[in-house]
Design a protein around this ligand. Sequence first.
Ligand SMILES: [Ca+2]
Ligand SMILES: [Ca+2]
Ligand SMILES: [Ca+2]
Length: 458
Amino acid sequence: MSTYRVMVFRLLIFAFAFQFAGFAGAEYQYVRQGAAGDGSDWSNALPQLPSVLSRGFTYFIAGGSYPGYAFDDAVSGSATITICKASAEFHGTNSGWAASYGDESAVFTGGLTFISGYYLLNGQTGGGPGAWNKGHGIRVAPPAGEKFGIALKGGAAKYVTIEHVEIDMSSASPTELAGKADAIYSVSDNDSLTLRQCWMHDAGRCLILDRSSDNWLVEYCLFENSGTWASPSNHSEIISAFSDIADQVTDPNKSWVIRYNIFSRWRSTGGIIFTGDGWRIYGNVFEFPAGFESSCGNGVIGTWTQKTTWSDGFNKNHFIYNNTFVNIVGTMSEADIYPGSQVCTNTQIRNNLWYNCPTVKSLGGIDGQHSHNSFFNCPRAFVISEAGMQNETGNPLNQLSPLEYHLNRPTAPGVDLGAMYNDMLGVVRGMDGCLDRGAYEYRDMVLPPPQRLRTITK
Ligand SMILES: [Ca+2]
Ligand SMILES: [Ca+2]
Ligand SMILES: [Ca+2]
C-alpha cells in the first residue's frame, strides 16, 4: 500500500478517534499495573479493572499486564462502558501521566468474557492496512488450557465493539489435548458484535466460533493460522457459524458483513464455513504464504452438511463479491466456494479473483449463481462455466508486503455492484473506466494535478 493511502486511512481513523475524544460528559477512571489508588487520575490509578464498572464511564488502561476479566454489568439503555488503552494522544487527564503508559500494550493474560452488552474495548492503535499484525494497543494472550481469547456468552452480550485488539492463542494451544481453543467463542445469539482492526492468530481450533448470532460486522482484521491442532476429532475453520438450536430456521445467523479482512493459513474443514441468512462477504484477501499447504474438503467459503433436524430454506441471500484468493494450495476443495451439500438459495458469487489455486474447480456446488470471476494459473478452472469468466496464465498481482496483494494490471471488467462495494482503501470501483475484480481496485490512470482555485469576479 502506498504511503499516501496509509496516511489517508490513518487520518480517517484519527478523525474518528478525535470525535470520540470530544464526547462531552464522559466520566473517566484510570487503571495501571502496580498502582494502588482509587482510579481518579494516573497517580492514583486502580491496579486492574474493578469488579463493577459504571455505565457511561471510560476506563483508561496503561501499558502493562492484567488478569482475565468478565464483563457482567447490568445494561442501562444503550449506555456503553468503554475500556480504552491509553495513548499519547488520548489518555484523559495529564495528572500523573507518563509517556511510557502509552508506549507499551496492555496485555490481558487470561481470557475476556462478555456476559452483558454495550461495551467498547478499544486498543486505539494497530491493525488494518499497513499494520495488520503490529502495534495493537490491547493484547489478549490466555495461558495454556484456556479455551478462548474472548468469549460472548448467554445471548445478552449484544452491542460489543472490539477494536485494535490482538488475540494471541499460541500459549493457550500448546498441546493437542488443549487444542480446542478459539480466539472468539460465542454461544449463543449474541447480536451486533463489531470486530475492527483486530489480529486473531494461532488458535488450536477456530478464530471465530459462533452459534446463532446476528448482525456481526467484521472488518479490517487479520485472521492468521487456525486449526494448529486440527485432527479428525478436532475439526476447525477460520470462522464457524450456524444455529445451535434444533431447527436452524427458527434462529439462523442473520445479516453478517465480513469485509476488508485478510485470512491466512487455515486447516481442516475449511475457511469461512457457515449457514445463515443474508451474509455479505466482500473485499477480503484469502491467502496461503509460499510453502504452506492445507487440504480442506469444504472450501474457502462453504456451508455445513445439512443436519436431519434442519428444514430447507434458511440458508439464503449470500453475496460473495470482489474477494482475492491467492496460493491456496492443497489436494481437495480448499479454494472452492460451496463444494458442500447444503441447500442454498439466492447466493451470488461475482467479481472475485483467484491466483495460483491448483484445485479450484467449483463455485456453485450448492446453487451459487456466479459470473465475472477471474482465474490466473488455476489449471482446473476450465471446468467452471459462467458468463464473463476470465481464465488466463500469468500473475496479475503485485505483492506489496507479505499479506497485501494488489493488482499489477486491470482485470477483465467486472459487473457494477454499486458504491457500497468499493475497495478497502475507499477506492471507487471503475473510476478509471475498468471496474476490476478482486479485493483491490486497480487504477489505470494518472490523476491530473489539482486545479488552482480561480477567483470568480462578477
Ligand atoms: Ca438474535
Ligand atoms: Ca440469530
Ligand atoms: Ca480499475
